[in-house]
Write a protein that binds this ligand. Structure first.
Ligand SMILES: [Mg+2]
Length: 354
């Protein structure tokens, strides 16, 4: 099985080498037998820029479906973004791109958090980031989850500059958080903290996370062992609607870690998911296999009965060499990385030749 990572942001360095089309012709003959390749797309900077489809991506994606709308080529979106449940993100993407995208085709930075359910299902945990981080964790099955925003609201003066933030000075009656905490936050310790997506209020989140982490899960308490901390991704920067790149979760992690390591005798311990974590790419391959067996029909070898086959090639299409390409290279180190200035027309060309 081969996993090619392809970036669309680089000018071609392969003028004198066998072009990617050579592989396309190989794929063509194999694909007629079965779906022997799959595609993982990054979203930001590849499929969308902000909320706007980029470079003809809707037309390209439509070519991955048959005439009656069935999935012809197994593909998924592999993004470090998030903040909303996969069900909601799939619906949004379907509307923006004009194809029917299943929740299982959306793998976000925080998707691996569901694998921690056994450990923290009934424990008090907090989640922070843009969107609705607590809802994301609740949909994964975590029973006692509070957003950091709600959690902080129960601790008077925990954010000493909150009165200067216009968005936190709404009258108490207008706030959505319950007046009485749902859990005994003043005596029950936070067992784990999850940074689900890009934090909105870095100052507050760094303050409250430092409080939670150095007190062993109870702000204001004496120093204790740090509870586990998980990040959905570790991108330093990412491409959004603004012309130059924006600071990402990795930048927030550096800020938090730098401060924590000065005020706490022991360094910050954490786990980061998202690309380029090799787990993410292995997980993507497993999901693509499931899609292959449930959606793609083998016409030649199984008499039209669905069946899973090992992939000969997987394509990772991204715009960030340090995340998209590096991740694929770590998992499938024997393979060379293809850099091709194809823009989105590359996909159209490839699929036309199937
Ligand atoms: Mg990107």
């Amino acid at each position: 099985m081969r996993f090619h990572a392809t970036t669309i942001s680089r000018v071609s360095q392969l003028k004198n080498r066998a072009p990617v089309l050579f592989q396309s012709s190989q794929l063509r003959s194999n694909h007629q037998k079965r779906c022997n390749f799959g595609i993982a797309f990054d979203i930001d900077g590849v499929i969308l820029r902000g909320r706007v489809p980029t470079g003809g991506s809707p037309q390209a994606l439509r070519r991955l479906y048959g005439d009656s709308g069935e999935l012809k080529v197994p593909y998924l979106f592999l993004t470090n973004g998030g903040g909303v449940p996969e069900t909601k993100r799939a619906k949004e993407l379907s509307e923006l791109l004009g194809v029917n995208i299943l929740p299982s085709q959306v793998v976000q930075g925080h998707s691996p958090f569901r694998n921690l359910l056994k450990k923290f299902e009934n424990e008090l945990i907090i989640a922070t980031g843009k969107g609705n981080p607590a809802l994301v964790m609740s949909e994964y099955g975590f029973k006692k989850v509070l957003s950091l925003e709600e959690y902080a609201s129960y601790f008077e003066s925990i954010d000493p500059v909150s009165q200067y933030k216009r968005w936190t000075t709404a009258p108490v009656s207008d706030r959505k958080t319950p007046a009485v905490p749902r859990y005994d936050v003043f005596s029950e310790r936070i067992k784990a903290a999850f940074v689900v997506s890009d934090p909105v209020d870095w100052g507050r989140d760094i303050q409250v996370l430092c409080d939670i982490l150095r007190s062993g899960g109870l702000p204001g308490d004496a120093n204790r062992n740090q509870p586990p901390l998980y990040f959905a991704a570790d991108d330093l920067e990412y491409q959004a609607a603004f012309p130059s790149e924006r600071l990402g979760l990795g930048a927030f992690r550096i800020a938090l870690e730098s401060i924590f390591n000065i005020i706490n005798p022991k360094g910050l311990e954490y786990v980061s998911y998202g690309k380029p974590n090799p787990f993410v790419f292995k997980n993507a391959e497993a999901i693509l296999s499931q899609l292959q067996s449930s959606s793609c029909i083998d016409h030649s070898e199984n008499n039209g009965v669905s069946g899973s086959h090992p992939f000969e090639t997987l394509y990772m299409i991204g715009d960030n060499p340090s995340v998209d390409v590096k991740g694929a290279r770590q998992v499938f180190s024997e393979e060379k990385i293809i850099m091709q200035n194809f823009q989105q027309t590359w996909l159209l060309t490839l699929l036309r030749r199937q």
